[in-house]
Design a binder for this molecule. Structure first.
Ligand SMILES: [Zn+2]
Length: 182
């Protein structure tokens, strides 16, 4: 059930990919950032911090954890791009710890912070795994989601984690090769 917000995030990510000429696999996330005048730098961050976004005078700089695996760094950068695009006028500093924390069900789950984190994650997934490219690539494969190796290979093609791809395919309702992409 795609909410209007979810739909807008999908559209926004696709629009940015087209505007920055970055709609290919694997999505060149650095090129997207560059196209948005965002600086991207490796940073020495605590192990529990994935990425940061600092906005000064409308100019954004993203720092990603230099020690994290490549696929996680890409997701972190995409997540921070999401904050810049979706929330940049609301705040000037974002510090992101383990993403799983934002999914915890607790009393804060209805706060603006939680909503922003969910939106940034949805944007990151849509940016790195745009529906149009996922559908196109999946058609080229003899792909069966039940096959973990095939799923891992498909995730590697997009340079995302297997977990991120699994969530994305579920969100896009692509459960088997019998699905008819609309
Ligand atoms: Zn965040």
């Amino acid at each position: 059930m795609a909410s209007r917000i979810g739909y807008n995030i999908e559209g926004k990510a696709e629009e940015i990919l087209q505007r920055t000429s970055a709609l290919w696999v694997p999505v060149p996330v650095d090129r997207v950032a560059l196209g948005l005048n965002l600086r991207v730098e490796p940073a020495e961050l605590g192990d529990d911090v994935s990425g940061v976004l600092v906005i000064e005078h409308g100019i954004g700089t993203i720092g990603y954890n230099a020690t994290h695996p490549h696929v996680r760094q890409r997701f972190s950068v995409a997540h921070e791009i999401g904050h810049f695009v979706l929330h940049g006028t609301q705040r000037q500093l974002f510090i992101d710890k383990r993403y799983t924390a934002v999914y915890r069900r607790d009393r804060r789950s209805s706060t603006g912070d939680h909503r922003r984190e969910v939106e940034a994650n949805r944007f990151a997934a849509a940016l790195l795994m745009p529906e149009s490219l996922v559908l196109r690539e999946i058609q080229d494969l003899d792909f069966d989601l039940a096959d973990e190796q095939a799923l891992a290979a498909f995730a590697a093609r997009f340079q995302v984690s297997t977990h991120a791809m699994s969530l994305r395919l579920g969100h896009l309702r692509i459960f088997s090769e019998e699905s008819q992409p609309g």
